[in-house]
Design a protein around this ligand. Structure first.
Ligand SMILES: Nc1ncnc2c1ncn2[C@@H]1O[C@H](COP(=O)(O)OP(=O)(O)OP(=O)(O)O)[C@@H](O)[C@H]1O
Length: 242
């Protein structure tokens, strides 16, 4: 079997008596698109933070491309090919969409490769029509897409997205789903999201967290019909769009 892009074994982090993440064995292949769901407090954000080195594990390990990341700083983990939209290093409101995306590419790559990567990222997020617009003047949805373009421009192998559809209109959600599928032609993604309809639009495999552990991992249809999943969401609406 080939080396997975991400692999965790027995991964856990605790805060006092709270086991935010507990004994998680997780595997993501190169180029995969995976959604993480789970009720509030299930451990999804903590798991993300462990993957990018923001939290140090209390137990277990995280490997990216076969390399253990313990002891590495976040910037060193980013150099392994990890892009995180919630941590877009710098979005300059006074610069244009294109300038922001180009700067991100140039920070990560030599000049020639940066030009290609920036052009590709602009294509992926379909913002050519507003390439010259100042980012500070954009709508919430457009800004999210610019941020995705900024992450894409650095040519990561894996992007972590935390609730990319939050606060968006139905139309923006559909477009965001399309952009994520497009981004997935270039790299793997792990997406944490509460909006189940959005998950249906993008997901193949879904990992369900509950109380810090992986409850189920399966196709989106099987997961959404799984009695155990329905149980953990009991009393909380599975957020469905009409
Ligand atoms: N830095 C921290 N200090 C103390 N407790 C924490 C910390 N980070 C997470 N926790 C606790 O760990 C548990 C899991 O939290 P986490 O934010 O990872 O869940 P989540 O699935 O992302 O929830 P949500 O969907 O509400 O964002 C919660 O009980 C939370 O209070």
């Amino acid at each position: 079997m080939s080396t997975p892009l991400v692999e965790t074994q027995g991964l856990g982090v605790s805060f006092g008596g709270v086991h935010a993440v507990n004994s998680v064995d997780f595997r993501l292949e190169t180029g995969e698109l995976r959604c993480l769901i789970g009720p509030n407090g299930a451990g999804k954000s903590s798991f993300f933070r462990l993957l990018c080195g923001q939290y140090k594990p209390t137990r277990g390990s995280v490997k990216i491309k076969g390399q253990a990341i313990d002891g590495l700083q976040s910037y060193q983990i980013a150099r392994l090919g990890l892009g995180i939209k919630t941590q877009v290093p710098s979005v300059f409101d006074g610069l244009s969409v294109e300038e922001n995306i180009w700067l991100s590419a140039r920070r990560a790559l030599p000049a020639r490769a940066a030009k290609t990567a920036a052009t590709e990222a602009m294509d992926t997020v379909r913002l050519s029509a507003i390439a010259g617009k100042q980012v500070g003047t954009l709508s919430h949805g457009q800004r999210q897409w610019v941020e995705l373009g900024i992450v894409m421009a650095a040519r990561p192998d894996l992007i972590l997205l935390d609730e990319p559809a939050a606060g968006m209109s139905d139309e923006e959600v559909v477009r965001t789903a399309e952009l994520i599928r497009e981004a997935n032609r270039h790299c793997a993604l792990i997406v944490v999201e509460h909006d189940m309809e959005f998950i249906r639009m993008i997901a193949k495999t879904v990992t369900v967290f509950n109380r810090g552990t992986v409850l189920v991992e399966d196709t989106v249809d099987k997961v959404l019909n799984d009695e155990r999943v329905k149980d953990v969401y009991l009393g909380k609406d599975l957020e469905m769009r009409d």
